[in-house]
Write a protein that binds this ligand. Structure first.
Ligand code: ACK
Length: 273
């Protein structure tokens, strides 16, 4: 099966991969730390029951992208009934874990702004893909990985890119970052990533999890649908707040483009340094 979906992605002999420990779960598969060709890599395993469509989506999308803020796909392998994606390893784990894990390293406003900018740059690249923009659709700190001692941020988990039908069934747990038009089943565009980015920005500035006090996905959706957003932050510079609130507007057309977000973030960061 791997050969049929590999496209431009090199096929890797499973014997050449040494799986080490399990590091987490993506939207579909288990992720391992592994060694391949004397380098550390991340290997995402899709078992026999994994949705073929999800694997195809992730491989197809990741094999087309090459950007410093997006996790690279090195190869594809298969063994018995499972398919394995061999990817760049991010030794810093997820931004979610950095922000909310057991050990809580301190970080500055400049650091938070840099993460938000790097995420915006990765997404702006996806949105500029031709012939059609790629929409990530599941931006949240669990899908943002850190390298270089937490300084560099890379977007991962492309299992939800592109195919609309997989969204509602496989996106459990992402409601707090989801634009209303997505869970309402309306037609959506790349503007849904702008909404999610604004929630990520709020999260890195506040170090809080959005709507954490509500454990019911549908209640979160209902609140977002009604126009509720995470509370505005004390001491948040006005220009950052203006950008954040513009990005989480209910009407997608009123949200700025990611290119605009990158431009404004660069200006704000420059003025603060
Ligand atoms: O904080 P974590 O352990 O780091 O939890 C998430 C989990 O899997 C779900 O995404 C980890 N993970 C995923 N992809 C990679 C990768 N390429 N390198 C390192 N860890 C990864 C991530």
């Amino acid at each position: 099966m791997a050969a049929t979906i590999a496209g431009a992605t090199p096929a890797v002999d499973f014997q050449d991969i040494r799986l080490e420990e399990k590091v987490g779960h993506g939207s579909y598969g288990v992720v391992y730390k592994a060694t391949w060709r004397n380098q550390l890599v991340a290997v995402k395993e899709f078992g026999a029951s994994a949705e073929q469509k999800a694997i195809e989506t992730e491989v197809k999308q990741l094999s087309r992208v090459k950007h410093v803020n997006i996790i690279a796909l090195y190869g594809l392998s298969s063994y018995q009934q499972s398919t394995y994606l061999i990817m760049e390893y991010a030794e810093g784990g997820s931004l979610h874990n950095f922000l909310h894990g057991k050990v809580q390293p301190a970080y500055s406003l400049a650091h938070a702004m840099s993460w938000a900018l790097q995420c915006a740059e990765g997404v702006a690249y996806l949105h500029a893909m031709s012939p059609k923009p790629l929409i990530h659709r599941d931006l949240k700190p669990l899908n943002l990985l850190l390298t270089n001692k937490g300084r560099h941020l890379k977007i991962c988990d492309f299992g939800t890119v592109a195919d609309k039908s997989s969204l509602m069934t496989n996106n459990r747990g992402s409601a707090a970052w989801m634009a209303p038009e997505v869970f309402e089943g309306s037609k959506y565009t790349e503007k849904c990533d702008i909404f999610s980015w604004a929630i990520v920005l709020w999260e890195v500035l506040s170090r809080k999890q959005p709507f954490k006090e509500i454990d019911n996905t549908y209640s979160i959706m209902w609140k977002i649908h009604k126009g509720e957003r995470p509370p505005l932050l004390h001491n948040c510079p006005k220009r950052i707040e203006d950008l954040m609130t513009a990005c989480w507007k209910t009407t997608p057309e009123e949200r700025p483009s990611m290119t605009y977000v990158v431009k404004v973030m660069n200006e704000i960061i420059k003025d603060y340094s």
